[in-house]
Ligand binder design. Sequence first.
Ligand SMILES: [Zn+2]
Length: 123
Amino acid sequence: MVRIYEGRCHCGAVRFRFRSEEIAGGLRCNCSICIRRGAVMSPAYVPPSDIELLEGKDALEVYRFGDLTMNHYFCRTCGIHPFGEIIRKPGEPRGGFLRFNLGCIDGIDPLALEIELVDGRAF
Ligand SMILES: [Zn+2]
């Protein structure tokens, strides 16, 4: 079932809405950034056509590292990472596809979901 989800960073400067199949699980990853961040992320990337940034275009700052496959967005006021954008990776969609931090989504308790562990350190 497709649902509409709304979310925001901690201070509320960044607000967004997206459409997705019901989110029934989450991902955690052990790569160098995820292990420090500790967030539970959405299992799938959401395509840009299903995402609306309601507020905060100017509040977002981007961090990139390593092989530059991801835009790691964070709010410049509260520092929270609401989503990451894949920017290039062979065989995967690019440009505007976002994976969301489930802790930022209204009505989702990330720690109550079934969590899959991704071995991102091995990539
Ligand atoms: Zn914020």
